[in-house]
Design a protein around this ligand. Structure first.
Ligand SMILES: Cc1cc2nc3c(=O)[nH]c(=O)nc-3n(C[C@H](O)[C@H](O)[C@H](O)COP(=O)(O)OP(=O)(O)OC[C@H]3O[C@@H](n4cnc5c(N)ncnc54)[C@H](O)[C@@H]3O)c2cc1C
Length: 461
């Protein structure tokens, strides 16, 4: 029998020695398994999307209920253990893994219950986007979720949440009705606009800082089940025309070779598809055109294969309030100069319903963001050019900066972006976010995230 204490990372950088009896106590209080390195399921439990920032905890607990989560949070708080929470593991900064600490892997909490009459879905805190789309689409319903079906609902939602449906229905958090959350004191609480309203406000954009969400309740909308969408590509020589068409199309509200593409989702009246997308036809024969009328849930997972886990990913992104000529020219220059074999210079079309609410309706803010611009690089873990590629991406970010609102999407911030970027993102909402953090997590138990306490302290120093 092993009797040596387990050395595990502490919250305050000092390691903590945990007696085996402590771990036995914890195991006795939870139904889910406590994994050690080498246990069956360990590798998957610590696998995250961005191999460049991968690290390993000492322990992984896979809770099966809010009570399990509560026991684990209390355990971490009582013993000063560094704690992290893993949803889909897709955060580019790798914030779901606590290096040498304790990670809660939420993958056993993936139940989805749809009430089609009330048009709501109750979603487990460990769900992936695909879990939710699959269940809600049985009824021709959907909430706003992102473009890759293996991303976690929790991480995406707690930072705001964007996807094809955002322009119709707003941020994911605009469609969030209620959460069940375990706060730093181990309490299982509910938060909504009517109950713990201040907590609910902060969760809608800064949620990863405030607790572990064990259940989300979302409002659903009629979507599809057939929508029109897919990717169309043209030769890079046509970049000017393609960008101009993208500018027109979006402004009017309605391997190997360089190409320019548009990924499209039109979830409106399918009879109007040709008219709405007419400017695309005017661009002539594309390299390929994968668009078709297809089930919404299929479109939602059609890009998954472009995002395998474990490669090295790096990017810089900015919100922009308009697609100015200068911004388009910068994007074109960057795309032409880009030295990284697998890279994208990209825009996301935001605006629409995302801008309908007031800036201070939830922590998410950024209601003036009508586009996001980005330079994205992907390479193999052993690529000798990693440093040069990272530098190129950072420079690309600097060239986009003059066209930025000054803020960036919290869920897109990389591990090396600092507290000033977090403060800029919450902008006028930052003081309120910081006050919620101080109230609900004064000891910064939840620190494996884009951390509000540290950003606030940086701002004061
Ligand atoms: C390939 C790719 C595509 C993306 N597409 C989109 C998109 O279309 N739209 C969009 O809005 N964003 C998108 N993102 C960004 C994405 O929203 C963030 O990376 C988000 O953090 C991922 O959530 P996750 O649960 O997968 O990540 P994780 O790395 O598991 O978690 C992210 C953060 O949330 C915390 N967290 C996880 N689960 C919980 C929980 N239950 N309770 C409390 N905190 C929790 C973690 O501790 C961590 O700090 C994309 C990212 C990638 C890599």
């Amino acid at each position: 029998m092993v009797t040596r204490p387990l050395e595990i990372a502490g919250r305050d950088d000092e390691p903590v020695a945990l007696l085996p009896t402590r771990l036995t106590d914890l195991e006795g209080r939870v139904a889910g398994p406590l994994l050690r390195p080498g246990d069956p399921g360990w590798d998957n439990a610590v696998l995250i999307w961005n191999g460049m920032v991968a690290t390993e905890p000492r322990l992984v607990l896979q809770p099966t209920s809010a009570e399990d989560v509560s026991a684990a949070v209390s355990f971490a708080a009582d013993h000063g253990v560094l704690l992290s929470v893993k949803g889909g593991g897709h955060n580019i900064a790798g914030t779901s893994l606590a290096k040498h600490g304790l990670t809660l892997d939420m993958s056993r909490m993936r139940d989805v219950v749809v009430d089609p009459d009330a048009r709501i879905a109750h979603v487990g805190g460990g769900c992936l986007l695909g879990d939710v789309d699959r269940e809600t689409q049985r009824y021709g319903l959907a909430t706003v979720l992102g473009f890759i079906s293996e991303v976690g609902v929790a991480g995406l939602t707690l930072g705001g949440g964007l996807g094809y449906l955002s322009r119709r229905f707003g941020w994911t958090v605009d469609n969030l009705l209620e959460v069940e959350i375990v706060t730093a004191d181990g309490r299982i609480q509910r938060a909504s606009r009517d109950e713990n309203a201040d907590l609910f406000w902060a969760i809608r954009g800064a949620g990863a800082n405030l607790g572990v969400v064990t259940r989300f309740t979302f409002r659903l909308h009629e979507v599809g089940p057939i929508v029109h969408g897919g990717i169309v590509a043209w030769p890079f020589e046509q970049v000017d025309e393609v960008l101009e068409t993208y500018q027109t199309l979006t402004a009017e509200e309605w391997h190997g070779k360089r190409i320019c593409t548009m990924a499209i989702c039109y979830s409106g009246d399918l009879k109007k598809t040709d008219a709405v997308l007419a400017p695309l036809a005017a661009l002539g024969e594309p390299v390929f055109d994968l668009r078709q009328n297809q089930p919404y849930a299929q479109l939602q997972s059609s890009l998954d294969a472009t995002e395998p886990k474990g490669l090295h990913y790096y990017w810089r992104t900015h919100y922009a309030s308009e697609l100015s000529d200068g911004l388009l020219a910068t994007a074109k220059d960057l795309a032409a100069e880009n030295p990284i074999p697998a890279a994208e210079v990209a825009f996301l079309h935001l605006g629409g319903a995302l801008c309908d609410h007031d800036w201070d309706d939830g922590a998410v803010g950024n209601r003036d963001a009508r586009y996001a611009s980005g330079a994205i690089g992907i390479w193999e873990p052993d690529d000798p050019n990693e440093i040069a590629y990272q530098q190129w991406i950072r420079n690309a970010g600097e060239r986009f900066r003059p066209y930025s609102t000054g803020a960036t999407y919290i869920n897109f911030q990389t591990a090396d972006e600092g507290g000033e970027q977090i403060r800029a993102t919450y902008g006028a909402n930052f003081e309120r976010v910081a006050a919620a953090k101080q109230q609900y997590d004064p000891d910064n138990v939840f620190r494996m995230n884009r951390n509000i306490s540290r950003a606030a302290a940086d701002g004061r120093s």
